[in-house]
Write a protein that binds this ligand. Structure first.
Ligand code: SF4
Length: 470
């Protein structure tokens, strides 16, 4: 755990008052969000693909042991090595040992959220190994000593001007305005680093059991150079990335690019099977795949198993009003937005992450756009139930829920109570038409007025309208 998610509320307030962040988050709405809508509408079988994607992942999770064995067998037969890591500490030790065996002084690294999850960056640096991020967004935030704020766009929280300032400060270049020139500047610095690295570290979007292959997806081609140039390639990934067949991987790839950025396919989609063979022109001599569990097998068979279908597309956060207002850093850990609000309590403990499952309006948009149909609101609600059962919910909320529960189980009393309350609010609010302050509603009225209710309940108005009540 890098930072406690208990700080979500305070960090969100800071984010809301940050105009540059608000500008950058606005770009997500007009960019990825709008592109995903267009891409989904342009593919007639998109909804059917989502069903297929869900079925593939459900099937794999049901037979995970079988597919893990199959994958390991294929990788080993091709000269690669599979390492299992039960937790983050074990994964870090395995990766460091592999780097030491390769006598690595410098490693290049392409984007891997599992690598962030296990905290490999700090660990390698603490052990004297230089790390160079090769994904443009990751490189920018490495210079700024920040963490990724989005699954797909780690620097989604930054504006172009902030990137220009960062290069000006660290590369000592004149200020660059043109985005293409900014990319060229990063490329100029990174090219040489690829040749100097002893080990390349990547993640993997999918692992294919039938062939022992893995798939990486980027828009910059940096994963290909990271895995192909150094003598040793280490893949840090997690066990739920498995799919049975190559066909399955391609079904999910069609969903991934459209859901993430609205592209039909990412610019670079690379399949790699085994280390360099005789006659190959390039590729690593040594291939190691580190499969991280870190609590995932404990999710199998529980309500949270559905979360293991996630293909890390970021669509849920691109459409989440809370994420779009607060930004990724407010969530305090690697996984952010609605998927982070479900996953982080799993990794960090619900007692340390109280606010996250509550940081949702339950508008349902996240579930609506999730390519593998993960019921994110249901899972967040489930965490809220766990909080209630473990007495983690604040006393005011507990008492409020108890009172509500008492009335909800007595419909006649409930109707009487709500009619009385609405009548009173309607009466007192009639003149001004709104409340500037209201007992028990301070959280709402602190930043906006509460419109005065009509003075009657919805059901009473509905009955009065003459419509049939079922
Ligand atoms: S939960 Fe769904 S929408 Fe969110 S990142 Fe995962 S696959 Fe994408």
């Amino acid at each position: 755990m890098h930072a406690t998610s208990l700080a979500f509320e305070a960090q969100s307030k800071v984010a809301l008052a940050n105009p540059a962040l608000q500008d950058a988050m606005g770009n997500i709405k007009t960019g990825w969000q709008a592109n995903r809508t267009r891409a989904a509408a342009a593919l007639p079988e998109f909804e059917a693909l989502r069903d297929r994607g869900r079925a593939i992942k459900n099937h794999t999770l049901q037979h995970l042991d079988l597919y893990l064995e199959m994958f390991e067998e294929k990788v080993t037969a091709q000269g690669g090595h599979v390492h299992y890591a039960r937790d983050a500490a074990e994964a870090r030790t395995i990766v460091l040992d592999l780097c030491r065996t390769a006598e690595a002084r410098a490693v290049t690294k392409s984007k891997s959220m599992v690598a962030e999850e296990i905290g490999i960056n700090e660990y390698l640096e603490a052990n004297g190994i230089e790390r160079i991020e090769t994904d443009l967004g990751e490189y920018i935030i490495q210079l700024r000593k920040e963490r990724p704020s989005h699954l797909v766009g780690p620097a989604a929280h930054l504006t172009k001007d902030q990137v220009s300032d960062t290069f000006h400060e660290h590369h000592h270049t004149p200020r660059i305005e043109d985005p293409a020139a900014l990319v060229a500047e990063a490329r100029r610095v990174l090219r040489q680093k690829y040749f100097e690295a002893d080990v390349g570290i990547t993640g993997a979007n999918f692992l294919v059991a039938e062939t022992g292959s893995f798939v990486t997806v980027t828009n910059e081609g940096n994963a290909e150079l990271t895995q192909g140039l150094p003598r040793t390639h280490v893949v840090i990934t997690s066990i739920e990335k498995l799919v049975p067949t190559m066909d399955d991987a391609f079904t999910l790839l069609r969903l991934l690019a459209r859901s993430a950025t609205g592209q039909e396919f990412s610019s670079y989609t690379t399949l790699m099977t085994g280390p360099r063979r005789e006659g190959d022109l390039d590729g690593p001599e040594n291939l190691h795949i580190v499969l991280v569990d870190n609590g995932r097998t404990k999710m199998l068979g529980t309500a949270f198993q559905e979360m293991l279908r996630c293909i890390r597309c970021g669509a849920c956060m691109n459409h989440c009003p809370v994420y779009l207002a607060a930004g990724g850093h407010a969530y305090g850990w690697v996984y952010v937005g609605p998927m982070g609000s479900v996953l982080t309590p799993q990794f960090a403990g619900i007692e340390n992450t109280y606010t996250l499952p509550n940081a949702s309006t339950f508008c349902g948009k996240c579930e609506e756009v999730c390519p593998v149909r993960i019921p994110l609101p249901k899972l967040m609600r489930h965490w809220r139930e766990v909080q209630f059962e473990r007495n983690l919910t604040p006393p005011t909320a507990r008492w409020g829920l108890k009172v509500w529960g008492f009335f909800a189980r007595r419909p006649a009393l409930y109707r009487l109570g709500t009619s009385f309350a609405m009548g009173m609010l309607g009466l007192f609010g009639r003149k001004a038409g709104r409340f500037k302050q209201l007992p028990l509603a301070g959280g709402w009225t602190v930043s906006r007025d509460l419109p005065a209710p009509a003075g009657t309940t919805f059901m009473a108005a509905y009955k009065k309208s003459g419509a049939r009540v079922r």
